[in-house]
Design a protein around this ligand. Structure first.
Ligand SMILES: *Cc1c(COP(=O)(O)O)cnc(C)c1O
Length: 376
């Protein structure tokens, strides 16, 4: 009796929802996991085209764009590579402020580009003045940037930085908004972002395995003049196929079903309400950190005010406190998942991924447990 099995599975999953606060992959609702049990269909047939057309309608709302939203059966790193292979001929300026922006820089180099990094300390973001100064020093044809740097909890002001970039010449602005999209305001078209990419497993609260990208005309025109774009991440192929509601190669169909279910959920909440809910969770976390400090426990947000991501918080621990690794271990023992710091910040910080489908109520329970493990 498959129904009974599914029913029990669903009930079991939903009673535990709200304990998994990793900054990616994030917790996925049982309804979305169940949607992946849909049947296999051919990817050149009309059923697939109907599915992709429906997904496009929802994705355009989430991405605030009139352009098609490419769906890549890869993780987000694949589309970071696509951004560079299609958008840069020669010289790239990479804004680096953590592990993922460093990865963007590394990919540029690995693609044989002449990449230069504009690095700021971990916990900081980039300002317009810095970018203006750096762009004046070289003949760049693309800028890479991470919107929400998941390793430090820093949100970069991409709307303003895009203006500075375009004012400096024919320079494409390539944005990784992997932990931004669906968790904080992104106006892909209005902010004139030449290429914007994300992955399925962060604020969209889907299983890992899909990446999404929006290409404006400027990057497609650039790509036409770059002969060696490769095959799997050729944006012109994505563009040609999505016009027919198809994908260049066999899509991860089961994940498309999950996306279909999750888009209905996101649209019924509305994108704006989703942004507000994330901001409310972030504000609650910042207040809690202040409250802990007032109570004598010297916690501190790594990112300064004005540069904090609404989707992920990186919190610095005082000397003598348990390490980030120990805090996550103790939380695990209580049935909750959070993350230690990333890279060199592993022990000095811990991170809470308050993104996806979580609520302030669930976050409050988590913060209560954290209080317990920090003083235990
Ligand atoms: C998670 C993440 C990535 C990497 O995504 P993969 O899906 O592992 O390729 C890239 N950038 C940011 C900001 C991320 O948070």
């Amino acid at each position: 009796m498959p129904e009974t099995v599914t029913g029990q599975g669903t009930a079991k999953t939903s009673t535990t929802f709200g304990k998994f606060f990793l900054p990616g992959p994030t917790e996925v609702r049982a309804e979305v996991l169940d949607a992946m049990r849909g049947p296999m269909i051919g990817h050149r047939g009309s059923s697939m085209e109907e599915l992709v057309a429906r997904l496009q309608a929802g994705l355009k709302v989430v991405f605030r764009t009139e352009r098609p939203v490419y769906i890549s059966s890869s993780s987000a790193t694949g589309l970071m590579e696509a951004a560079l292979r299609n958008g840069a001929r020669r010289k790239v300026l990479s804004l680096v402020n953590g592990a993922f922006s460093e990865r963007f820089f590394h990919i540029a180099r690995a693609c044989g580009l002449d990449a230069v990094s504009l690095e700021v300390p971990l916990g900081a973001g980039h300002t317009c003045e810095m970018l203006e100064g750096a762009l004046g020093t070289g003949d760049y044809d693309a800028v890479t940037i991470v919107h929400s740097e998941t390793s430090t909890g820093v949100l970069n002001p991409i709307a303003e930085l895009r203006e500075v970039t375009h004012a400096a010449g024919d320079i494409l602005f390539l944005v990784d908004s992997v932990s931004g999209i669906a968790g904080t305001a992104v106006e892909t078209d209005a902010w004139k972002i030449d290429f914007l990419l994300t992955g399925s497993q962060k604020a969209l609260a889907l299983p890992p395995g899909l990446a999404f990208g929006v290409a404006q005309e400027a990057i497609l025109r650039r790509a036409e003049r770059i002969p060696a774009r490769g095959v799997y991440f050729d944006l012109l192929e994505f563009e040609k196929n999505i016009r027919k509601n198809q994908t260049p190669n066999t899509p991860a169909l089961s994940l498309f079903y999950a996306l279909d279910a999750q888009l209905q959920h996101i649209l019924s909440e509305t994108v704006e309400k989703r942004w507000e809910r994330h901001l409310a969770m972030a504000r609650r976390t910042w207040e809690w950190v202040d409250w802990m400090r007032d109570a004598g426990y010297e916690l501190k947000m790594l990112a300064p005010e004005g540069f904090r991501s609404p989707t992920v918080s990186c919190i610095r621990l005082p000397d003598g406190a348990p390490t980030g690794t120990e805090v996550t271990r103790r939380m695990k023992a209580r049935g909750f998942t959070i993350a230690a710091g990333y890279g060199t910040l592993k022990d000095a910080t811990f991170r809470i991924g308050h993104m996806g489908d979580h609520s302030v109520d669930e976050l409050n329970v988590l913060l209560g447990e954290l209080e317990g493990v920090l003083s235990q």
